[in-house]
Ligand binder design. Structure first.
Ligand SMILES: NC(=O)C1=CN([C@@H]2O[C@H](COP(=O)(O)OP(=O)(O)OC[C@H]3O[C@@H](n4cnc5c(N)ncnc54)[C@H](OP(=O)(O)O)[C@@H]3O)[C@@H](O)[C@H]2O)[C@@H](O)CC1
Ligand SMILES: Nc1ncnc2c1ncn2[C@@H]1O[C@H](COP(=O)(O)OP(=O)(O)O)[C@@H](O)[C@H]1O
Ligand SMILES: [K+]
Length: 507
């Protein structure tokens, strides 16, 4: 059993793998293996310190089949198992029927509801797995809603089989209610719903058991986990002793309209701290600052002057840009340039509201990177925010496809969509990032990496991971997420980037 693999499979892909596995000579007994793996996790991780009593919930599908198998093993190891089955034998698959029969043959009993006045030390959740209906309107209801709420109120450690019941395996969206697990043992491959949207809140620690299938050889996934190992393969190289500021490129930032100057300054400072050789701010506001005395390294210019600079490496357009006609004009000028672009905030809102601007983006030959949060993504794709959140994986891919660019759909478990339909789900970050200005910092970090010669796809992936990892360090240092500020993210991300490039072996 490994703690993590990097491939992420949608429900459709898992079903495909199951079919391919079933067609192998001597098909593997997947449900039996899943049940044994789960029982071992329960025994070795949760039934410790003299804990012996297990409540097992088996639902109406194959997730229930895994639960019967797990219950049988635990009972054979002398644990005291109470099994609640919510389905009917006649509608179970033949595999699950075999597991039910084996449980009964082993002397196991079945309850149709949780017995009253009994106590347990842990719960195994085998109500629903990847077969949970994700269609609108079929939220958990009736006995299932009651069961999930009862288990959550028990305050016992729960081991979820495959995915906490009630959580959409492709979306990470709670379907009315979901089991809050201490641990999730997931089978065959990681699912997006475990790692994006509400998933991380419900899954607890995730353990992957591939059931001895060589999943990568059976099905090449379109999606991957973005973790530190991957991030550390994307770093800019160590600096040469003979380098100069020109070696590390120049970032131009366009934004900072009246009342929103801070956004441009935050993006600029982030670009500076993450290593850009020079940072210019092209400010939209009529009465703009001429110098930021707290960060005098930033070169503040009226916006038109940015377009006269000849040594720019990339442009970040959007932080504090506003929606006025002059903002639209400068955004269009940026889109018509041959520079790599990072488009954030009101640049995205302008693209969403003006088809002529969107067309300029679609026609670009130079790389473009979009960094929307879910509300901006909803405007760009002309959908409701809930529809975006209900299928974040598809939304990220659609943004990249529709606008001929790479894109990150931000929010917990940010999803980066790059060329060839590939997606990466970010595993760093925490709710400390839910404060104004952190998105501006992200766009500045992407710009800094572009200026230092990192490709646009790698700059996006590395920036997203680094930004979240900086927040994770701050959370530990401060003992929690409250009051984390965007400026602190820039400082900590700088330290982290230096550590990874110059002393990678100690992390
Ligand atoms: N196949 C294999 O090789 C392997 C599969 N494995 C395991 O099987 C799991 C997938 O099993 P699965 O496909 O049977 O689906 P599952 O998650 O049990 O749920 C389906 C049941 O739930 C019901 N239902 C759905 N939504 C509902 C709702 N909102 N409210 C109420 N009911 C609802 C649905 O009813 P129906 O829609 O048919 O009316 C049906 O009865 C997978 O996650 C893994 O654990 C492993 O053993 C490895 C090998
Ligand atoms: N709960 C969370 N978990 C992880 N990352 C988060 C969370 N909330 C916000 N973030 C991250 O913080 C950033 C917020 O960006 P955005 O909403 O554009 O902020 P702003 O416009 O105020 O700068 C994004 O990178 C987003 O992924
Ligand atoms: K489950």
């Amino acid at each position: 059993m490994r703690n993590y693999s990097t491939a992420v499979y949608t429900t459709a892909e898992i079903r495909e793998i199951e079919q391919l596995a079933a067609a192998l000579p001597g098909p593997p007994a997947l449900m039996e293996k899943a049940g044994l793996a789960a029982a071992e996790v329960a025994r070795d991780r949760l039934l410790i310190y003299g804990r012996t009593r297990v409540l097992v919930l088996a639902g109406p599908g194959n997730n229930g089949g895994d639960a019967f198998a797990a219950a049988r093993h635990l009972q054979a190891w002398w644990f005291k198992v109470t099994l609640v089955f919510t389905g009917q034998r006649s509608t179970l698959s033949s595999d699950a029927q075999r597991m039910l029969d084996a449980w009964l043959t082993a002397g196991g009993k079945i309850f149709s509801g949780i017995p009253e006045n009994e106590k347990w030390d842990m719960v195994i959740d085998g109500l629903f797995g990847i077969g949970l209906d994700h269609h609108e309107g079929r939220e958990l209801a009736g006995q299932y809603l009651a069961l999930v709420n009862t288990v959550n109120r028990m305050n016992l450690p729960v081991l979820a089989l495959d995915i906490p019941s009630g959580l959409g395996s492709d979306s990470g969206q709670v379907r009315g209610a979901a089991i809050r697990a201490a641990m999730t043992v997931t089978f065959i491959g990681l699912k997006p719903g475990l790692v994006t949207h509400q998933g991380p809140e419900y899954c607890g620690e995730i353990l992957l058991d591939d059931l001895d299938l060589n999943t990568l050889s059976l099905r090449e996934p379109a999606s991957w986990i973005m973790d530190q190992l991957l991030a550390q393969t994307l770093l800019p190289p160590p600096r040469s002793a003979s380098s100069h500021k020109g070696t590390y490129g120049s970032v131009g930032i366009i934004g900072g309209s009246t009342g929103m100057m801070g956004a441009a300054l935050l993006a600029g400072t982030a670009a500076l701290k993450l290593g850009a050789g020079r940072v210019y701010l092209g400010l939209i506001a009529g009465k703009a600052l001429e110098v930021d005395t707290t960060q005098p390294e930033l070169m503040l210019r009226p916006v038109h002057e940015i377009f006269k600079l000849d040594q720019l490496s990339c442009l970040v357009v959007g932080p504090g840009l506003g929606m006025r006609p002059d903002a639209r004009f400068w955004l269009s000028s940026a889109l018509e340039s041959t520079l790599p672009l990072v488009l954030d905030a009101d640049a995205l809102n302008l693209i969403a509201t003006h088809s002529s601007v969107a067309n300029l983006l679609r026609k670009r030959k130079a790389p473009s990177t979009l960094t929307p949060h879910p509300a901006e993504a909803a405007r760009l794709l002309n959908m409701d925010i809930s529809a975006i959140q209900n299928d974040r994986m598809a939304a990220a891919a659609n943004l990249a496809k529709k606008f001929n660019c790479c894109a990150v759909l931000k929010g917990g478990g940010s999803i980066c969509a790059v060329s060839g339909g590939k997606r990466y789900i970010n595993t760093s970050g925490n709710p400390g990032l839910s404060s104004a200005g952190t998105g501006d910092v992200l766009s500045g970090i992407v710009g800094a990496l572009l200026a230092q010669g990192v490709s646009s796809e790698n700059a996006l992936l590395l920036a997203v991971y680094l930004h979240g990892a900086a927040a994770d360090i701050l959370l530990k240092q401060q003992g929690g997420p409250v009051g984390m500020t965007a400026s602190e993210i820039s400082n900590t991300a700088r330290n982290l980037l230096n550590q990874w490039v110059y002393s990678p072996e100690i992390h």
